[in-house]
Design a protein around this ligand. Sequence first.
Ligand SMILES: [Zn+2]
Length: 251
Amino acid sequence: MSRQRASLLAIAIVTLALTPAPALADPTPQAGKTAKTAKRAKTVDCEQVKCIALTFDDGPGKYAGTLLDTLKKYDAKATFFLEGQYVKSRPSYVKRMAKEGHELGNHSYTHPNFTTIEPAAIRSEIKKTQDAVKKAAGVEPKILRPPYGLTDLQVTEIAAEAGMPIILWTAGSRDWDTKNVDAIKKQTLAVAQPDGIILMHDWVKQTVDAMPSIVKTLQGRGYHLVKVSDIAKKENLQPGDVFPLPEGWQN
Ligand SMILES: [Zn+2]
């Protein structure tokens, strides 16, 4: 399947007539109720401190274990937009992600372009992934990132039905393209900004190899590496909302 990042469909939409839904008070997956987990789940207020969210799509990839080791070593959190078929084949990584306080998102089951498939197929892709993550980690994702970041009015309506906001990104690491440790590090650090949401992939070995250096450098610049929902908290996102908004969009 093509991993090429397609450009966003610039479809201007007006406020969606969503059925009233409760605000997402806490979109963080409940990782478990042990004292150990609770201690780790410290609160970060991104309105007070400098935050950035590293997000890893299409996984869990085969290097996820090494990535989790790095995140743990530096006490950094990340968000994983998981592909259901790999959740099914690598459930232990998903369980570990939840247990170690990372955020889990839904990235479809087989990575189709949601803007070109039937509504029933979109619903099935989302549901099968929710079920796979629940089975693997005991929690369900509360956020959706459609494959390639491609969305339209229909996709947002289905996300609203499923109770999830759509999370895109502010910048990409271009890791799928360069597959080079130095290039990934350089690009990621160049696009890093407060409240940035960075697109990366844990199936790219060079990304995982670059991570210790990226994390150390960002922390050295004063960044807290947080979950996407920590950054989105002030937006009070509703199911079906898109964040960050592509140009010309309105929630
Ligand atoms: Zn993807």
